[in-house]
Design a protein around this ligand. Sequence first.
Ligand code: ARG
Length: 300
Amino acid sequence: MSKPTIYSSADQIDFKLEDLSSMPPPNRVLMVEPTYFDVEYVINPHMADQIGMVDTIQAYNEWQHIKDAFENIGLEVITLEGVRGLPDMVFTANQSLPYIDQNGDKFAVMSRMHAEQRREEVAWFEQWYRQDGYEIFHLDENNSSFFEGMGDAIWHPRKKLLWGGYGVRTSKSAYEEISRLLDVPVILLHLVDERFYHLDTCFSVLNESTVMIYPDAFDDSSLQLINSQFDLVIEATQYEAVNLLAVNATCPDGKNVLIQQGCTDINKKLRNHGFQVHELSTYEFLKSGGSVFCMKLLLW
Ligand code: ARG
């Protein structure tokens, strides 16, 4: 096992992005049917006052349109059935972190969910990975770190480099283990506002040189780290970031951005920079604190 490589301030960066090994772009998407999706408990500020407020039929329609949108941009979508009693299982970004090495061997680090209500979701994903031929890693039970998968750990597009959000759900210490297990460098980003409880709510990589963020969700040294690695940093307004989870968008191919409907300000900026914007309604899922990014898992 290798030594962990962790960066927590811009002056520690000792590599150039172009020198890092490349990783193929993901070509598949994993989604879970929203049959049992609902807001049944409150584990983030967006869920407050939303218990029992989900319109199940509307949620199903929104989910179907998101699935179609991924297929329309050329990704293969794999769907798993939902499980009764696990209303947040539809947020498939959270239960794991998939990885592919230079030989094409595939691995997944399984999450250790901070939210007790979500712990049982993980085994269902592990089962899927195993039948698909992935090798499974678990975090060491003795370290008691929490880790919420791709909600907090986000691959730099096409690079063997991980951006690791911590401070609300995922523990900082989880990244030492992940860096060692996968032999990848990790840049740590400190989340300082509970409304942006996962990195994917305030940090969305669009392509190798562009990222979209909500700056107030980070401390200064994290902002410096972000600015040190991306040529273009597109900022969302507070209104769109908080109320529409604008930054919980996804750009799987470096040009098509799938985003919650009505993010007028950020969409204008995205279009000005040449991105193709696809607006989707995720209102039912916003009640649970999630939007397009966290309703899918990109993998190989
Ligand atoms: N209700 C879910 C939770 O709080 C929403 C998760 C959204 N996922 C995400 N990656 N942002 O855990």
